[in-house]
Design a protein around this ligand. Structure first.
Ligand code: HEM
Length: 133
């Protein structure tokens, strides 16, 4: 497995662990309310699991398995930019609401996530080809 895929998949697993922990806290607090402020973790729970875990795992595995060019994976700059933009975006969009930051930070996070998706498309597009082509 290439180094970038390892970074993607390890980061995805960290988000899975934290996202599930937040989910368990939310669920427990829903059954037996013990800390009303815990509801502030709901946006982080959603962001960590939907984008930090699911999307990141897809990028990590996609980068690994898409067809290569004589063993090479093509233009690496947008692939690494995907990793950094996605994680900066997830952290901003997930942590701004519970920390009470201005809504603009969530927007910046979402723009970073959109940038990550665009970078992944730029990297992956030439690799979408028939076997042996
Ligand atoms: C990949 C796994 C998961 C994903 C993608 C996910 C995603 C979501 C989403 C999108 C919501 C918002 C739903 C809404 O507002 O209608 C939500 C709410 C919630 N999730 Fe998860 N979740 C996951 C796993 C879990 C787990 C494992 C737990 C508990 C151990 C959990 C506990 C909760 C709770 C308590 C809520 C709030 C429900 C409410 O509004 O009453 N989630 N989750």
């Amino acid at each position: 497995m290439p180094p970038l895929s390892r970074w993607f998949i390890r980061a995805a697993l960290l988000y899975l662990a934290v996202g599930f922990t937040f989910g368990a806290l939310l669920l427990g607090n829903k059954g037996i309310p013990f800390a009303p402020w815990l509801w502030r973790l709901l946006p982080s729970h959603i962001e960590f699991l939907v984008v930090g875990w699911t999307v990141q795992l897809i990028f990590g595995v996609g980068f690994w398995i898409l067809p290569r060019f004589r063993g090479e994976r093509g233009w690496m700059a947008p692939a690494w930019a995907t990793f950094w933009l996605l994680n900066a975006g997830v952290l901003l969009a997930a942590l701004a609401p519970p920390l009470g930051a201005q809504g603009g930070w969530v927007l910046v996070g979402r723009l970073a996530e959109a940038g990550a998706a665009a970078c992944f498309a730029v990297h992956a597009w030439p690799r979408i080809k028939a076997a042996g082509a």
